[in-house]
Design a protein around this ligand. Structure first.
Ligand code: GLU
Length: 308
């Protein structure tokens, strides 16, 4: 661990000029990101922080939110009921795929693809949309250790242009997979994706999962320890879009990425790691992020199956 500062400095210098990849453009507001932003943050389960680069730069969490909403749904519904409604099978398809939703599928494949994440948002408890939104923001706040907010322009942008997500919700309604309040469900889904974080926050959120659900800085519990296992399992098998298999092979730790350029990974009982750099590849993963994680995993033997 004493080598972290030097090594992340080395990685930062090595990859700061790597400029392959593109900004996500299907949500118009995301094209305003600065392609040069680059940050690496590591927070250990003891609360030690190692970071370099644009760690305080804000961005919307996007798909990384799916991990935490899944944890919330586990707490709200319990494992067995949730499993009846949302599977845990990796798809190998792009995150927003419509292909595997048909009459024969009883439930969306997993909570990390959009269909499953929208269905998960539909299971969050609360009397009305405001209560559900507030519960969700409080939940994120326990992981970040501070109050979180929604980026309203990004939310509005996605709400106005998210036709594909709307189509997924309509199909799932047709197949009886979600309730009929699809506008409310989609709003909550777009709001969860629009929560504002920075790279430090993501590392702390990951460190909280690494620390069995207790935030290592505030010492507050963010999620019941018994559900951390479920969350990490779907992250491991489904968290990196249709690159999840290669990620598991090369890097070997549970992780989740988002199209705004964040990647968050959990080293159980040791640390949370986050990289932020908005240029993404065809699967939706940050290009610099992938390189940094591969090297970190090799250098510190983070791969869960690296037995030496
Ligand atoms: N809000 C985005 C969507 O639903 C999330 C995309 C992502 O980060 O994968 O399309």
């Amino acid at each position: 661990m004493s080598d972290f500062p030097e090594f992340i400095q080395f990685l930062y210098e090595k990859y700061r000029n790597l400029d392959s990849g593109k900004l996500a453009c299907y949500i118009p507001e995301l094209t305003k990101a600065n392609p040069n932003w680059f940050a690496i943050s590591i927070i250990t389960t003891e609360g030690e922080v190692f970071e370099i680069g644009d760690n305080q730069e804000n961005f919307t969490i996007q798909s990384i939110s799916k991990v935490f909403i899944y944890g919330m749904a586990l707490e709200d519904c319990g494992r067995e009921i949730l499993l009846e409604k949302i599977g845990v099978e990796p798809t190998g398809d792009p995150f927003n795929s419509v292909i595997r939703l048909d009459e024969n599928s009883k439930r969306p494949d997993n909570p990390m693809v959009n269909a499953g994440a929208i269905a998960t948002a539909g299971l969050i408890a609360g009397r009305d949309p405001t209560e559900r939104l507030n519960r969700m923001l409080d939940m994120f706040g326990r992981y970040t250790g501070r109050k979180v907010f929604i980026d309203v322009p990004v939310f509005m942008s996605e709400r106005a242009t998210g036709h594909r997500n709307r189509a997924l919700a309509n199909l799932m309604l047709n197949f009886g997979m979600i309730g009929s309040n699809i506008d409310e469900i989609l709003d909550l889904y777009f709001q969860q994706c629009s929560v504002v974080v920075n790279c430090y926050d993501l590392a702390l959120m990951a460190a909280t999962l690494a620390n069995r659900g207790i935030n290592p800085i505030t010492r507050e519990r963010a999620v019941k320890s018994g559900y951390v296992r479920d969350i990490l399992s779907v992250m491991y098998t489904c968290g990196m879009y249709n690159y999840a298999g290669e990620w598991a092979y090369r890097v070997g730790i549970p992780a989740k990425s988002g199209v705004s350029g964040g990647i968050m990974a959990v080293v159980p009982d040791r640390a949370g790691i986050a990289v932020f750099s908005p240029l993404i590849d065809r699967c939706g993963n940050s290009v610099r992020g992938l390189r940094v994680f591969e090297e970190l995993s090799d250098r510190f033997k983070l791969h869960l199956f690296d037995l030496g």
